[in-house]
Design a protein around this ligand. Structure first.
Ligand code: SAM
Length: 211
C-alpha cells in the first residue's frame, strides 16, 4: 500500500530537491535506486534535519546507518563541533559513508561503529539529544527499550518505517510487522514521551521526551 499517493510523493521529493541541490545526495540516491538500498529519501531526510535543528541537537545516535544517507541530514543539523555516531554491521557501508560525507564536508562530525547497533550504542556513554532507529525491523522493540533510557528530557526518538507500507494496520503479518506493531505500542504507551507518527513515505515515529 502506498501511504502517500505516488504523484504526491514525487511532488514532495521534487520540492525537497529544489530546496537543497547537492551532487553528493544525487549520487547517494542514484546508488539506492540502482541497488535497491532502503535510504530514507529526501523528504524524510529533510524532516530528520528539521526535527534535529528544532531541538538544537548536538549529539545524535543512529542505529542502522547504511552508507550515511540519513547521517548526512543529521550531521548538517548538529553543526560544527556536533557529533553523529553511526552504526552498521557492514564495514563496506562505513567506508562508503566516509567517501560521501567527506565530499559533502560533513565527515568531521561523524563516527562509525561497525557491528551490531545495540552493542555500539551500549559502548557509548551518556545521554543523546536524538536516537534514530532504522535497523532490521525485528530489532525495533529492543532499540526502543535501549533508546528511551538514553534520550535527554527535551530530546527525540525518531524511527523510520513504522507504518510498514500499511501492514501494521492489517490483521496478522510476519515477524517484521509484529515487531513494528509492538514497537509502536511501546512508544505510544510510555508516559515519559509524547509521540506522533508522520505518514510520510513509510511512516516516521517522532517521540519527544517530556519526563
Ligand atoms: C534501512 S538501512 C539504513 C538506511 C539509513 N538509515 C539511511 O536512510 O540512509 C538499514 C541498515 O542497517 C544495517 N543494520 C540492520 N540491522 C542492524 C543491526 N542490528 N546492527 C547494525 N546494523 C544493522 C543494515 O546493514 C543496513 O545498512
Amino acid at each position: 500500500m502506498d501511504l502517500v499517493a505516488p504523484q504526491l510523493d514525487e511532488y514532495l521529493l521534487d520540492l525537497a530537491r529544489t530546496q537543497h541541490p547537492d551532487a553528493v545526495l544525487d549520487d547517494m540516491e542514484q546508488r539506492a535506486r540502482e541497488q535497491g538500498f532502503p535510504i530514507v529519501g529526501r523528504a524524510v531526510g529533510r524532516l530528520l534535519e528539521t526535527q534535529a535543528r528544532g531541538i538544537g541537537a548536538r549529539r545524535v545516535m543512529e542505529l542502522g546507518s547504511g552508507y550515511g544517507y540519513s547521517a548526512y541530514w543529521f550531521s548538517r543539523a548538529v553543526g560544527d563541533g556536533g557529533s553523529v555516531v553511526c552504526t552498521d554491521m557492514d564495514p563496506g557501508n562505513a567506508r562508503d559513508a566516509e567517501g560521501y560525507l567527506q565530499r559533502a564536508g560533513l565527515w568531521d562530525r561523524v563516527r562509525y561503529r561497525v557491528g551490531d547497533a545495540l552493542s555500539g550504542f551500549a559502548a557509548e556513554s551518556g545521554e543523546f539529544d536524538i536516537v534514530y532507529c532504522d535497523v532490521d525491523k525485528t530489532g525495533y522493540p529492543d532499540c526502543w527499550r535501549a533508546a528511551c533510557e538514553r534520550i535527554r528530557v527535551g530530546g527525540l526518538y525518531l524511527c523510520d518505517n513504522v507504518l510498514w507500507s500499511g501492514r501494521v494496520a492489517e490483521p496478522g503479518g510476519d515477524a517484521n510487522t509484529e515487531a513494528i506493531r509492538e514497537h509502536n505500542r511501546l512508544v505510544a504507551t510510555d508516559d515519559r514521551f509524547v509521540s506522533s507518527i508522520v505518514p510520510l513515505r513509510d511512516g516516521v515515529m517522532i517521540a519527544l521526551r517530556v519526563g
